[in-house]
Design a binder for this molecule. Structure first.
Ligand code: NAP
Length: 257
C-alpha cells in the first residue's frame, strides 16, 4: 500500500496511534493528527504535539513518511483544513480513519448542554466534517477508504454515557448512508466498534470495574489498541475491497456470543 496516504484523526496516542503504526507497517504515508485548539493553553497544545511527533518518529522508523498536523475535528473549519493540509503535504488522501473521540461520562440528569455538545461535536460532527472534506478529493480519484471508530456502546447503550452512545450510534447511520452514497465512486465506508480497550480512555476505571468488565468478555481480557488497529488495517487493504457499509465489533465477545 506504499502509494496510499492515510489521515488518522486523534493518532497521537491510544487506538489512533496503533492504527497509524499498523498502516505505516503496510507502507502507507501517514498524517498524524493531534488535538490543537486556540481555546487551549499553548503548553497543552505543545504537549499534545510532542506525543504526535513521537508517533511520527515511530512511523519513520518503520520506513514510511509521516506528517504531524494539529487540528480540532469538532470545528468545521479546522477539520477541513486538516484534510487540505494532508493533501498539500502528502499529495492526496486515500484513507480516512475517523478515530478522534472523547467521553464525559455522567448520568443524563447531570449532563450539561456544553458537555452534550462537546461529545457530539467531537465524535460525530468531527467524522462528518472530515469525511465531507476527504470525499471531495476521493471522488475525483474514484478511490477512498473511510473507517469510523464507533463503540459497542453505540450498538447496545450504556448507563452514564447517553451522549457518548448517541454520538457512536450516529456513526453507524452515518457510515451506512455514506457507503450507499459513494459506493459507485469507488469509496467504501465501514465502522469498527471496539469493546473495552486498554488506553487513556479506560485507564480511569478502577481495578474492580476492570475485573468486572473482563468477567463479561468471552476472551477473558480487555482488548489492546493493536487488536483494533489490525481490523482497520484489513478494512483499508485490498483484501477488503468488496466490503462496505459494514459494522465489525472488536470486543472479545463482550456480553456473550
Ligand atoms: P484516547 O486514548 O483518549 O485518545 C483520543 C485521541 O483523540 C487522542 O489522540 C486525542 O488527541 C484525540 N482527540 C480528542 N479530541 C480531539 C479533537 N477535538 N480533535 C482532534 N483530536 C482529538 O482514546 P482511545 O481509547 O484511543 O479512543 C480512540 C477512539 O476509539 C475514540 O473514538 C473512542 O471513542 C473509541 N473507543 C475507545 C474504546 C476504549 O475502550 N478505549 C472503546 C470503544 C471505542 P490528544 O492526545 O492531542 O488529546
Amino acid at each position: 500500500m506504499s502509494n496510499r496516504v492515510a489521515l488518522i484523526t486523534g493518532s497521537s496516542r491510544g487506538i489512533g496511534r496503533a492504527i497509524a503504526l499498523a498502516l505505516a507497517q503496510e507502507g502507507c504515508q501517514i498524517a498524524v493528527n493531534y488535538y490543537e485548539s486556540s481555546q487551549v493553553e499553548d503548553e497543552v497544545n505543545a504537549a499534545h504535539r510532542r506525543d504526535a511527533e513521537e508517533v511520527a518518529r515511530e512511523i519513520e522508523a518503520l520506513g514510511s513518511k509521516a506528517v504531524v498536523l494539529g487540528a480540532d475535528v469538532s470545528c468545521s473549519q479546522s477539520a477541513q483544513q486538516l484534510v487540505e493540509q494532508t493533501v498539500k503535504a502528502l499529495g492526496q488522501i486515500d484513507i480516512l480513519v475517523n478515530n478522534a473521540g472523547i467521553n464525559k461520562d455522567n448520568l443524563v440528569l447531570r449532563i450539561s448542554d456544553e458537555e452534550w455538545d462537546q461529545v457530539l461535536k467531537t465524535n460525530l460532527y468531527g467524522a462528518f466534517y472530515c469525511s465531507r472534506a476527504a470525499v471531495k478529493h476521493m471522488v475525483r480519484r474514484r478511490y477512498g477508504r473511510i473507517v469510523s471508530i464507533s463503540s459497542v456502546v453505540g450498538v447496545s447503550g450504556n448507563a452514564g454515557q447517553v451522549h457518548y452512545a448517541a454520538s457512536k450510534s450516529g456513526l453507524l447511520g452515518f457510515t451506512y448512508s455514506l457507503a450507499k452514497e459513494y459506493g459507485r465512486r469507488g469509496i467504501t465506508a465501514n465502522v469498527v466498534a471496539p469493546g473495552y480497550i486498554q488506553s487513556d480512555m479506560t485507564a480511569q476505571l478502577s481495578d474492580a470495574q476492570t475485573a468486572h468488565i473482563a468477567d463479561r468478555i468471552v476472551l477473558g481480557r480487555l482488548g489492546t489498541p493493536e487488536d483494533v488497529a489490525g481490523v482497520v488495517a484489513f478494512l483499508v487493504s485490498p483484501r477488503a475491497d468488496y466490503i462496505t457499509g459494514q459494522l465489525i465489533r472488536v470486543d472479545g465477545g463482550l456480553g456473550g456470543l
